[in-house]
Design a protein around this ligand. Structure first.
Ligand code: ZN
Length: 351
C-alpha cells in the first residue's frame, strides 16, 4: 500500500493505517485500520477527539435511481455504481468532488434478459448481446469485444453482467467466457448479478471476479464456496435488501451463504445496492449489523467498508472521522459508524 504522496502530520507514521493501536479493555478492538485522533485546533471542531478510519466505500450503488449527488454530503467517500446509462457515467466522471466514483456502465445481458423492461431500469442502462459464435480467428472485433471497449471508452472501470435465470434468458458459458476475457484483457474486473438456480456456479466457473450480491435465491454448497474462494472471488454483501429488516427465505439464504463464504476465507465487500428500496443516503447501519450477524468481527467490518476496490489504492488526503469514544461492543459499531464524516487528513492528528 502506498501513501507516499502529499503532506501529512508529522505525528503520523509513514502509513497512518499501520499505526500501532493501544488496546483498551473497555472498548471494542477495531483492528489496525482505526487510529485514535484529535481534530486540529484550527477548524470548527477544534480538539475534538475520536477515531480515524480510511475512507468509506459503498461498493454497490445506482446513481441513476438516487441521483448523481445523493451521497455528496455523506460519510461515503467512494462509491461503485453497478449499473447506469453511459451518458450518466460520462457526465459524473467529468465532475470533481466526493464521493470518488467508479462505474460499471450498462448492464451486459442476454437478449431479453434482466434488467430489460424492469420498471426501475431506464432506457440505455442495459446492453443486450447475442450469443458469441466466433471461432476466435476473425480479424474483426466481436460484438462482445466492441461492447466492453465502448464501456471503457465512456469511463467504466468495471464490467457488470446480469445472470438472472428467474426472469429471462442468460448468457451461455461461451459468451460469458468471451466477456470475462475481453474485460480482463483491458484490465477490468467482471461483476455478476446472480439470481436463480445455477447462476452462482456459472459465475464461479467462468471466473467472474466479484458477485454484486451475496447469492440469495439458492444455497451455495460448500464445495462451490471453496471454489469461489480459491479463485479469489469477492462478494458484495447487500444483505439488507434481501429482507429490508425482516427475515425472509432470501435473507436467511444470503446470511447463511455469506457466513460460510467468510468462514471459508472469502473476502467480503460492503455494499448496499443503494437505490433498491428505502435506505439511508450514506452508511446503512442495518447492512453493517447483518455483516456482523454473518460473523464478521469489527476489524473485518471496517476492512469490508474501507476496501478501495476496484482501485488498487485508497483515496489520498481524506479520512473518515468518528467523534467520541469507540464503541464498547460489536452491537454498537453500526450506529457508531453511521455518525462518521469525511475530513481532510491534515485536519487530524494522532493521539
Ligand atoms: Zn444493483
Amino acid at each position: 500500500m502506498s501513501h507516499a504522496a502529499g503532506p501529512r502530520p508529522s505525528e503520523f507514521p509513514e502509513d497512518p493505517w499501520d499505526a500501532p493501536s493501544t488496546p483498551d479493555p473497555d472498548r471494542l478492538d477495531l483492528g489496525p485500520l482505526a487510529v485514535a485522533v484529535r481534530r486540529s485546533l484550527n477548524g470548527d471542531h477544534a480538539g475534538e477527539v475520536g477515531t480515524m478510519l480510511p475512507p468509506l466505500v459503498d461498493h454497490h450503488v445506482h446513481l441513476m435511481i438516487v441521483g448523481a449527488d445523493a451521497l455528496a454530503d455523506s460519510a461515503i467517500a467512494g462509491l461503485v455504481d453497478l449499473g447506469a446509462p453511459l451518458d450518466l457515467v460520462a457526465a459524473r466522471l467529468h465532475r470533481d468532488g466526493l464521493p470518488r466514483a467508479d462505474f460499471a456502465g450498462t448492464f451486459l445481458t442476454a437478449r431479453g434478459g434482466y434488467p430489460v423492461g424492469r420498471p426501475w431500469a431506464p432506457a440505455g442502462c442495459a446492453r443486450e448481446l447475442d450469443p458469441e459464435r466466433g471461432d476466435g480467428r476473425s480479424a474483426l472485433p466481436s460484438a462482445v469485444e466492441t461492447a466492453v471497449s465502448e464501456q471503457q471508452a465512456f469511463g467504466a472501470s468495471v464490467v457488470k453482467v446480469a445472470l438472472n435465470a428467474d426472469v429471462g434468458p442468460v448468457f451461455d458459458r461461451g459468451t460469458l467466457d468471451a466477456i470475462v476475457a475481453a474485460a480482463h484483457g483491458r484490465g477490468m474486473p467482471v461483476v455478476a448479478h446472480v439470481e436463480g438456480d445455477g447462476m452462482t456456479r456459472l459465475a464461479v466457473e467462468a471466473g467472474v471476479d466479484v458477485l454484486a450480491h451475496t447469492p440469495f435465491t439458492e444455497p451455495v454448497d460448500d464445495l462451490l464456496i471453496d471454489r469461489a474462494v480459491a479463485i479469489g472471488q469477492r462478494w458484495i454483501s447487500t444483505l439488507f435488501v434481501t429482507g429490508y429488516g425482516t427475515a425472509t427465505p432470501d435473507s436467511d439464504r444470503a446470511l447463511d451463504n455469506l457466513r460460510r463464504f467468510r468462514d471459508a476465507g472469502g473476502s467480503v465487500l460492503y455494499g448496499t445496492d443503494l437505490g433498491n428500496g428505502d435506505q439511508p443516503l450514506g452508511v446503512n447501519p442495518a447492512e453493517l449489523a447483518l455483516l456482523a450477524a454473518a460473523g464478521l468481527g469489527a476489524p473485518e467490518l471496517i476492512a469490508a467498508i474501507t476496501d478501495p476496490w476496484p482501485r488498487p489504492d485508497r483515496a489520498e488526503g481524506i479520512a473518515t472521522f468518528v467523534a467520541g469514544p469507540p464503541p464498547a461492543t460489536l452491537d454498537e459499531l453500526p450506529e457508531w459508524l453511521a455518525t462518521a464524516c469525511v475530513v481532510p487528513t491534515e485536519d487530524l492528528e494522532a493521539l
